[in-house]
Design a protein around this ligand. Sequence first.
Ligand SMILES: [Zn+2]
Length: 266
Amino acid sequence: MHTSKRHLAGFTAIVVMVASVSVLALPLSSDDWASMPRWSYAGKTGPSYWSAMAPSFVACGHGKAQSPIDLESRDAKSGKAGEFHIDYEKGAVALVNNGHTVQANVSDAKDTVVFDGDTYRLAQFHFHSPSEHTTDGTRFPLEIHFVNEDAKKRVVVVGVVVKLGKPNDSLAPVLKSLPASDKETSKGSTPPIAVDVGSILPRDHRAYVYAGSLTTPPCTEGVHWVVLKEPIQMSNDQIASFTRIFPDNHRPLQKANGREIDNESE
Ligand SMILES: [Zn+2]
C-alpha cells in the first residue's frame, strides 16, 4: 500500500461527502438508469462490488440503514410511527424488463399509500426471486415490491412475499406477459395490461414497518418499508414464469444495526 495518510484522509472526506449526498439523493428516473454501471447479482458486478462500481453507489457498501433485513417477530415493537393505509384499485400496467427484474409501471394516479399522514402514489411494482426480506429466518420463493413516491420523491415500499400454493388470478394477466428480455418489447414496454392492483395484496394488512433503503444501486436510504406479514400464493408454473427469466435477483441480507422494527396494521 502506497496510500499516504493524507490521501486516506482526503478519500475518507470524499466518501463521507458522497455518502451524505447519496442518502439525500432522489430516486432515479428511467433516463438515469441507462447511464448507470451494469451491476448484477453475481460475480464481479454482484452485490459485494456495487459500492465500488460508482461514487453514487457508496451507500450500498457504507450505508448503515440498508435493506433487506431479517424481520424477527420477537424483536418487533408496537410503535407509534409508521401508520399506513393502502388504497390500490383496478387499473392498467405496462411491463418492462430492465435487465434486473420485470417492472410493472402504473400510470393511474388513483393507487395510493398514506404513510404517517402523507400521501404516496404507486409508481411501479416489480419482482425478486427469491424473497429479499426473510421473516423469522424464512425465505420465500418470490417477493413483490410496490414502490410509492410522494411529491417530494420520498419513497414507501410495500413488500409482499409469495409462497407456493394456488394459482394467483389477480397476477395471472401479468405473469402471462412477462417480457423474457429487454429486447422483447419494441416500444420499451408491453401494451397496457388490465390489473386489479388492490386484489394482488393479501387480505390481512398487518406489517413490519422499518426504515431502510432501496435494495438495488444506488441503495438510497430514507425508504419507509412496509412488509406485509401474510404471504400471497402462486402456483409452481406462475413462480417459474418469473424465475425462468430471473433465477436469482435478490440482494443478500444487510445488518440491522439496531434499527427498530414496528408491528403495524391499517
Ligand atoms: Zn425491489
